[in-house]
Design a binder for this molecule. Structure first.
Ligand code: FAD
Length: 462
């Protein structure tokens, strides 16, 4: 059976193309203009409108709601946030613990809002299981587990090989770490439900409306300009296409495959009854979920980055990436060697130079932005949105500082990426180093992390 490649994502193929919303009809004004209708933009519209129902909010989306990573991701709603350890170094351990606690609560918040708004997104709170497949991965897993405990995750559990197999029988797994702070969901069902909920509240969404430039109080499009005291950039991996933002966040590719539905006998041999999201401790790590209709959707890094911060058009991914992901699937579950791959696709995530997610409101210009989530944006976008709400309310004198505005990732500044060709060379070299390190660690008896990977991490600022 042939594999569908692209078409945005398997999730969209399953759900069907959304009914298009009207583009911006011409020049207009708003209280808040949000650029980008992924999770960040839509959650921000949701919380702002809930907090201040009379606000006039306009969302401008280049293609359609969920066109970006929010409609293509692995559906891990979990408590990881890019940059926490660096924030601990910059602002102290206690501040980073508060950030982590906010992320733990965010997983519950998203699930609660789904319930309130009746968003059926196949959500299942089975936690996150991260497995180790080599001595070096096991050593990293134990260090990671200890670090998470130190950041206040008292309910995390460390498993040996047998307990791991009791949950999911991953071939060669020697241990795992499980946290309850995670849920599996269907990304597109969430983004569509959210867009509908936001519209029902009275927010205006214009699709097929690319913003070419953001200036203080202006979002400029080919169809007209929206003037608003607050303009929020929620464009994550596509940010480089905006005037003046070419080197702000690097668009990193991540690719996925979805198998055909597995048979009952295949599921019997795998386990995975808890529907945990599944990841590993490789440098070029994988992530997977068991879908509601009995498939495995699995992702990882293919060609990491396109020269000049280019992004794909429809989610097509390279044949060698599809094959590499299929190999990971079969390495994890050898009994699936002959299973069909129904769909393959890719998307972009935003990577800041220091790999730290941020949320910012520049009070002198009214410009705000949130993102740089690297690979952990499904939950983080929700925390960012509630924080943008609080920052705007504070700026407009409706409230004072809140617990969220005091978190260490707020208003964090970082330098830009290097110009090309350095940017391209750096990312290619880093991922070549990671892939080599993963190969060597897979056969090594040592528990030490491969030295090349340590160096690559240090040089990349990861
Ligand atoms: C393959 C893949 C798997 C992933 N898996 C996970 C996962 O399992 N768990 C997790 O936590 N994170 C995951 N992520 C990351 C997560 O999906 C993202 O961090 C999150 O969706 C970002 O949401 P966002 O709204 O900020 O950005 P996006 O969803 O990318 O939305 C940005 C939107 O802005 C629009 N836009 C861009 N430029 C303009 C413009 N100039 N004018 C108007 N509109 C514009 C785009 O069309 C897009 O709709 C994954 C990402 C990818 C690509």
């Amino acid at each position: 059976m042939s594999t569908v490649n692209g078409g945005i994502s398997f999730w969209y193929a399953q759900e069907g193309a959304p009914a298009p919303r009207e583009p911006l009809p011409g020049d207009t004004t708003a209280d808040v203009c949000i650029v980008g209708a992924g999770y960040t933009g839509l959650w921000t519209a949701y919380y702002l409108k809930k907090a201040v129902p009379f606000l006039n909010i306009t969302v401008l989306e280049a293609k359609f709601c969920g066109y970006g990573a929010s409609g293509r991701n692995g559906g891990w709603l979990y408590n990881g946030i890019a940059g926490r350890d660096r924030y601990a170094k910059l602002h102290g351990h206690e501040a980073a613990v508060r950030l982590q606690q906010a992320m733990n609560a965010t997983v519950t918040e998203v699930l609660d809002v789904c319930e309130t708004e009746k968003i059926e997104a196949d959500q299942h709170r089975g936690g996150v299981l991260e497995v180790a497949l080599s001595p070096a991965q096991l050593a990293r897993l134990k260090a990671f587990h200890a670090a998470e405990l130190a950041f206040g995750e008292t309910d995390r559990e460390l498993y040996g090989a047998r307990e791991t197999a009791d949950r999911i029988r991953v071939a060669g797994a020697v241990g795992s770490s499980w946290t309850p702070h995670g849920a599996r969901l269907h990304p597109v069902k969430l983004v569509k439900g959210l867009a509908d909920a936001v519209e029902a509240l009275g927010v205006t969404i214009h699709e097929s409306t690319p913003v070419t430039e953001i200036r203080p109080k202006h979002a400029i499009t080919p169809y007209g300009t929206v003037r608003a005291p607050y303009v929020l950039r929620c464009t994550e991996g596509f940010t480089a296409s905006l005037a003046g933002q070419r080197r702000t966040w690097l668009p990193m590719n991540s690719s996925m495959i979805a198998t055909e539905p597995l048979t009952d006998a295949q599921w019997e041999s795998i386990g995975w009854d808890g529907r945990e999201t599944l990841g590993d401790m490789a440098h070029a790590y994988m992530y997977a979920q068991r879908t509601t209709d009995g498939r495995i959707a699995l992702g990882g890094r293919g060609v990491p980055y396109r020269f000049g911060s280019k992004t794909d058009n429809d989610g097509r991914t390279q044949p060698q990436t599809v094959e590499a992901l299929r190999e990971i699937l079969v390495r994890f579950f050898p009994q699936l060697a002959g299973v069909g791959i129904d769909h393959a696709w890719s998307g972009v995530l935003g990577v800041p130079r220091d790999w730290c997610a941020t949320v910012t409101l520049d009070r002198s210009t009214g410009l705000g932005w949130a993102g740089g989530y690297v690979g952990s944006g499904v939950a983080t976008a929700n925390l960012a949105a509630r924080t943008l709400r609080d920052l705007i309310q504070q700026d407009s004198g409706q409230s004072g500082p809140t617990d969220l505005t005091a978190l260490p990732w707020v208003n964090h500044k970082v330098r830009k990426w290097e110009p090309e060709p350095l940017r391209w060379l750096g990312v290619q070299t880093m991922y070549a180093a990671f892939r080599g390190a993963d190969r060597r660690e897979a056969t090594a008896h040592s528990a030490a992390t491969d030295r090349v990977a340590v160096l690559a991490n240090r040089l990349s600022g990861r």
